[in-house]
Design a protein around this ligand. Sequence first.
Ligand code: GLU
Length: 480
Amino acid sequence: MSVRVRIAPSPTGDPHVGTAYIALLNYCFAKSQGGSFILRVEDTDQGRCTPESKQAIMDCMRWLGLEYDEGPDIGGEHGPYEQSQRVEAGIYKKYSDQLVEQGDAYPCFCSSEDLTTMREAQRAAGEPIMYDRRCRDLSKEEAQARIDAGDSHVIRMKTPLEGEHSYPDRLRKNPVVKQWVDVDDQVLLKADGWPTYHLAAVVDDHLMGITHVIRAEEWLNSLPKHTWLNKQLGFEVPEYIHVGLLRNADKSKISKRKNPTNVLWYRDQGYLPGALLNFLCLLGHSHPEERDQFDLEEMVRIFDLSRLSVAGPVFDMDKLKFLQGLWFRDLSPEQMCAVIHQSLDYRMDELLPLVAERMITGGDFCNQADIFYADDVRWQMQDVIPKGWDANQTRKALDTTVKSLRKLIKKGKLEWTAADIEKGIKDIAEKNDWKPKQYYMTLRVAATGRKDSPPLFESLEAIGQLKVFKRIEALLPKIR
Ligand code: GLU
């Protein structure tokens, strides 16, 4: 049987480096086995999925050169490849009906208020947060009567309550074990009739002939649900393989607070796709001859599924930059020129309006836009400390800004856009009674190294949250 693997991202934001990593591993496995690599878009969470994000995922795969053999925009024998379209085609409901019919799933009439109260009580009692199965044993007649009366309901899985689920993940020394009683009665079909990820993914993996599911270990918890669903539906269970999650330097799960996680950010910064793939490959899979630099073809050649790391590889930007340097310097002058043009092009629409006013020649773009590209900036201390403020005041204002903005971002109250940044900063200024004239000047100089940068909030957005914070934090100890 020929190998068929997939990546199944949910289009809810920027295309993530974690997705690219999993895509690369799946791609290499498929190609090393003469198999197929499929892109399926899991957009059943209609409130969070966007068409822009779906497009960005496809752009990201193309830019990286991870060409999929079947997918939303190229079709294939097992389409459609977007779950929202598959819902419309009525694909999932019959499987949920089958499970109810078999006694492997049941209707649950609990309202969201019921569930909130339940969770609060569990939290207060220090119990695990999960559905307490109160609708699990309603009689068939009672459930049917409530359905006939039009009561809103979801369909939940009725997994076993006794024994354990044990799975021999080929990357782990010991089988992955979970007690059934700890497995939640997962919702399979929502009240509006849409499937949840669990039902849709299992059904689609089956219908699309997926033989191996290589994914991040954050899905280990779902493994019992997925193997069980496959079995109860009479499907052949694909092999599930869980690889380590990418980590920040402090070993926490990779996050955009600590690393740029949007793949297209790397493209726009002028990284080479080959270098990024090379870096991602080395995170999970060493070269048998300990080589650092190698291309996608070579990755496919050396790829050995059983050698994949489960150890949570650290996303080390310095290593990426080192590899990028090797790749970039290998280019011919013509290729370099093309890459430079391309990386300018990617950001031109965004950056030119910001700097045009300060330019008189085309070449001025380089002088004006360097604040957006540079890793570090230099400051003149007399510019950093505005008139009327002293070093303490300046340091306090910058420190407070970073801390407050970070807090807002963490709480989900600030997206890194000019409008949100402006609002956040204005609030900080008001709260502390700082005059915009001085406060904005010190922020501008701290983030750009210049007194006369393009508009402040737009510039902060374009420089990016990580770089802005990094620059300000590098400046703080120097203000004396
Ligand atoms: N839609 C899931 C995600 O967003 C896919 C998980 C899986 O590969 O099964 O990551």
